[in-house]
Design a protein around this ligand. Structure first.
Ligand SMILES: NCc1ccc(-c2ccccc2)nc1
Length: 238
């Protein structure tokens, strides 16, 4: 997969693209991520990327020209990208969308900033995406959240051990089960006996029950949603 990011603050992505699983996936060539400074696609001396809103009102709006110039330049060759715009009011990002986006050969993420982008930019956009109902200073962090969730799903990006965690639970949006590691007792808090039993069937059913219980308790709408879609097995429903 290739991802092109358009932003006025490219520096925000430096650590994200160098460290951890994402950093390894890029350095190993499993995925390609290019961050582009919108300012590099201006033509005036002052490299202006924003302007005051028509009709008045507070703040500034990202101008259309530099973004269109960047889009035209970056799509001259190769597959046309599926274009996302990070906005406070976009469609809510979730694991289902992450799975769908991970199947695209090429993505472009336009990061909103200031009061937002000129409305004409949306003629380039396939999906306006929000990571939650709160307003940030810009769409760069949401872009990193989306890339993290999508890139980890690309085959080969997660090491063998980690990929085991991508089981039918996380993919259905269920909350995870409790995790423990050594020591077996710490400050009087013991690891549940079942996890020390070595009885894999019992451990698996304990974990399923814990995950379903935690999801029912904290996010009942996820259970209802899965029920409606018929994505819960008979024993999971019991
Ligand atoms: N859904 C989170 C999100 C996404 C983008 C923005 C944002 C804020 C300011 C300017 C442009 C985009 N805020 C929140």
């Amino acid at each position: 997969m290739r991802i092109d990011v358009l932003t006025v603050l490219p520096g925000l992505f430096d650590c994200f693209l160098k460290e951890g699983v994402i950093g390894k996936a890029i350095s190993s060539g499993k995925v390609e991520v290019k961050v582009h400074n919108i300012r590099d696609f201006t033509t005036d001396k002052h490299r202006v990327v924003d302007d005051v809103p028509y009709g008045g009102g507070p703040g500034m709006v990202l101008k259309p020209e530099p973004i269109f110039r960047a889009y035209d330049e970056l799509t001259k060759e190769g597959e046309k990208p599926y274009v996302l715009l990070t906005e406070p009011w976009g469609e809510k990002f979730n694991q289902e969308m992450a799975v769908e986006l991970s199947k695209k050969p090429r993505l472009m993420i336009i990061c909103g900033r200031y009061e937002g982008v000129d409305e004409r930019v949306k003629s380039l956009v396939d999906r306006e995406v929000s990571i939650g109902d709160y307003v940030l200073t810009g769409g760069e962090l949401p872009a990193m959240v989306i890339m993290d969730a999508v890139l980890r799903l690309i085959p080969g990006v997660l090491g063998n051990l980690e990929s085991l965690r991508a089981d039918s639970f996380s993919d259905r949006g269920l909350l995870g089960y409790p995790n423990y590691t050594r020591p077996a007792e710490f400050r009087g808090m013991k690891v549940p006996e079942v996890l020390l039993s070595g009885h894999h069937k019992k451990i698996e059913s304990w974990r399923k029950e814990q995950s379903l219980r935690k999801t029912l308790e904290r996010r009942p709408e996820i259970i209802e949603n899965l029920k409606r879609k018929g994505l819960l097995t008979k024993e999971e429903l019991e």
